[in-house]
Write a protein that binds this ligand. Structure first.
Ligand SMILES: NC(=O)C1=CN([C@@H]2O[C@H](COP(=O)(O)OP(=O)(O)OC[C@H]3O[C@@H](n4cnc5c(N)ncnc54)[C@H](O)[C@@H]3O)[C@@H](O)[C@H]2O)C=CC1
Ligand SMILES: O=C(O)C(=O)COP(=O)(O)O
Length: 648
């Protein structure tokens, strides 16, 4: 019905988007329904406006739905890899829970760096695991197009080129560790590739390594060891400094930072911390004062770095900031090399401003053999060993294997980095509404006559629940999927829905209306409105001039309940014929006959009218697609004023 060529006319590329991030206004009283926007790190940012309003409704109660979510989520999250750019616009093929794709093959999981055996076993039970370590970027690009998942540590650069080379097959990149600075998140998001990490299993290992480096540096352990092995006995040369009573500034008070702080307190150090996002009460609970960046670096004897490498933290330790430190300060870095301007650190070491540094991480890894920093006599180095304990590596391997397998099964991961984390209970509850959302989007876009581009779509969720108690991101993503996929070559999933909408100049605004219905059900109805377009079915246009359709879930099945200002009730399964006619006897029979002659099975039929014997809409669900002749005959029924056939 719609060709790809129509995409450009439907989406006006010149349209302007006003994007604003939806934020929860307060915390939810129902934990399972918490909005998790704070966890969303989608670099593209959602292209949504969110407006809350309250109204009451006398509509009947919401029907129950306990439909399984696996299929729709798999469609939602894993469609990318299962579709190549050239693939058809059919509903995404899905991976089953046993790891067998719809084509009967097991997923291929490429592990490009050493991973603990327990994790590998878990992966092997689900898919075909290819452990290929030390691949060159070219080799990785070559291999990746036949992989559904890629598992890396810090040594593999997952660049845009790699993601492009995946040709749409790669569903998930698993980072077996915390830092995701080696993964191009923007590109992954654009390609609809989920990125997950293993954020907790190596925390203690990294913190212990930080403490080990602080102590080793303070007591010259590495230098003294090297000296003895060279046959020397230099007791006076390696007099150290004590830790007790010294001030340690923890820069980045996250998981590792707070564990370092806890341990440093045990060593009798006075610990302060800087972290713009850390809650003060968590710091207080450990006996740590949160202070400003300048206060932290200017009062500390030891500075330990524990922030992620981002555009904000890149080279945050530079000539200027070293200048603000106490003379003789000691610096430890087990976070990322890139947070330090390494040339500036060499200068600060040479001048004595920084007495010593202990470094586990480097801007380039491995650093050049003749690196002045590595060779500096006041520097102790380890080759990125923070996470390298047996325990941490086993833990990380299991954590990432579970996340990757979950993603391949179509589940949303709790450790998703470029997609919203939606709690499992929320996903289960929203399952039937997710199906409804996609079908409404798919239906609404087919009612657009082309000509003018779609710039603005409004989605109204009616719900009896508090607006903060309804997480609509899954629904929004599926509506976006339903709108965009029929008319473009893009595939949409939860990872790239907002990005793709923005790219296509499509603004999706959301409104939640509180209605008087049963709060047991998350959504009472979903309305999709497209403004400033012409419709090929004039009756779908509401009094406000917008294409307007509305649906509800009834007994677990999505139903279309309103078209324009006509109430209908037809289950959204198979295909749909909408006819506007003069409200008179015999209409159902006439159209039914035509369909019967064409061997088209009618699954559902409903007539809605505004005024008796005036105009009515007949909504007919059909299992098969009517041929041209059947459609032509429907058009010749005298009382039928307009009709449209819609694929769901
Ligand atoms: N050397 C190694 O083998 C390992 C290194 N790491 C690295 O350690 C770092 C911390 O890891 P986690 O504690 O697990 O992460 P995390 O996410 O729990 O903590 C990072 C903290 O840094 C804070 N932060 C962000 N921007 C900041 C800024 N401009 N100034 C101060 N704080 C800022 C965040 O608010 C957060 O609390 C990461 O860079 C990670 O990649 C982690 C594990 C092993
Ligand atoms: O988890 C992290 O951020 C780390 O830096 C650990 O890196 P690795 O997995 O040991 O290459």
């Amino acid at each position: 019905m719609f060709s790809n060529a129509m995409a450009s006319s439907i989406f006006n590329p010149c349209s302007i988007i006003t994007a604003s991030q939806a934020q929860p206004t307060s915390s939810s009283s129902r934990p399972s329904q918490l909005l998790s926007f704070l966890h969303s790190t989608n670099p593209a940012g959602p292209v949504v406006d969110l407006k809350l309003s309250a109204a009451s409704s006398s509509w009947g109660c919401q029907d129950d739905s306990k439909q399984s979510l696996s299929r729709c989520l798999a469609a939602n999250i894993t469609s990318s890899a299962l579709k190549t750019a050239e693939s058809s616009r059919e509903t995404s093929s899905l991976l089953s829970a046993e790891g067998v794709s719809s084509s009967g093959t097991r997923p291929t999981i490429l592990v490009s760096e050493k991973l603990g055996e327990a994790g590998l076993q878990l992966l092997r039970s689900f898919g075909d695991v290819d452990c290929s370590y030390d691949l060159s970027p070219e080799q990785l690009c070559e291999k990746i197009s036949s992989c559904d998942a890629l598992i890396v540590r810090s040594g593999t650069k997952v660049t845009r080129q790699v993601l492009e080379a995946a040709k749409g097959r790669l569903k998930v990149v698993g980072r077996a560790g915390v830092g995701i600075d080696n993964v191009d998140l923007q590109a992954a998001t654009e390609f609809g590739c989920l990125v997950v990490n293993a954020p907790t299993a190596n925390t203690v290992a990294a913190a212990e390594h930080g403490i080990a480096l602080i102590a080793a540096m303070a007591r010259n352990v590495a230098q003294a060891d090297a000296s003895m092995k060279a046959g020397k006995w230099q007791r006076s040369k390696y007099v150290g400094v004590s830790l007790v009573g010294k001030t340690l500034a923890v820069m980045g008070f996250g998981k590792v930072g707070s564990e370092v702080a806890r341990r440093a307190k045990g060593l009798g150090m006075h610990v302060i911390a800087h972290d713009p996002y850390a809650p003060a009460d968590r710091a207080r609970a450990i006996g740590v004062d949160l202070v400003s960046f300048d206060q932290a670096i200017s009062t500390a004897d030891f500075i330990s770095l524990h922030m992620p490498l981002t555009s904000t933290t890149s080279k945050i330790f530079n000539d200027d900031t070293f200048g603000k430190m106490k003379k003789g300060v000691r610096i430890v870095n087990v976070a990322r090399g890139g947070v330090i301007d390494e040339e500036a650190l060499v200068r600060a070491l040479d001048s004595g401003k920084v007495a010593q540094a202990a470094l586990d991480v480097f801007t380039e890894e491995p650093p050049a053999k003749d690196s002045k920093l590595v060779q500096h006599e006041n520097v102790v180095v380890t080759p990125h060993l923070g996470a390298s304990t047996k325990e941490a590596q086993e833990g990380v391997a299991i954590e990432i294997a579970e996340a990757v397998v979950g993603a391949l099964k179509g589940e949303l991961s709790a450790t998703a980095v470029n997609a919203p984390m939606v709690p499992q209970e929320v996903m289960t509850e929203l399952a039937p509404y997710v199906v409804l959302a996609e079908k409404l989007g798919r239906l609404a876009v087919q009612l657009v006559a082309g000509g003018r581009g779609i710039k603005s779509v409004k989605v109204v969720y009616q719900s009896a629940r508090d607006p903060d108690d309804l997480d609509t991101r899954l629904l929004r993503a599926m509506i976006t999927k339903g709108i965009i996929e029929p008319i473009s070559s893009s595939f949409i999933n939860l990872v790239n829905a907002d990005f793709t909408a923005k790219e296509k100049g499509l603004r999706i605004s959301e409104e939640r209306v509180v209605v008087d219905a049963s709060p047991e059900f998350p959504v009472h109805s979903i309305q999709v409105l497209i403004s400033n377009v012409d419709s090929k079915f004039a009756s779908a246009v509401s009094e406000n001039g917008e294409i307007s359709i509305e649906g509800r879930v009834k007994y677990g099945v999505p139903h279309l309940t309103r078209v324009g200002s006509f109430e209908v009730d037809v289950s959204l399964e198979g295909n749909l014929i909408l006819c506007r006619q003069i409200d008179q006897p015999g209409m159902i029979g006439q159209v039914g006959n035509i369909l019967g002659q064409g061997n088209i099975n009618v699954s559902f039929m409903s007539v809605g009218r505004t005024v008796r014997r005036n105009k009515a809409i007949m909504a007919i669900g059909v299992d098969e697609e009517p041929d041209k002749e059947a459609l032509r005959k429907i058009g010749t029924v005298p009382a039928i004023e307009e009709f449209v056939f819609l694929k769901l």
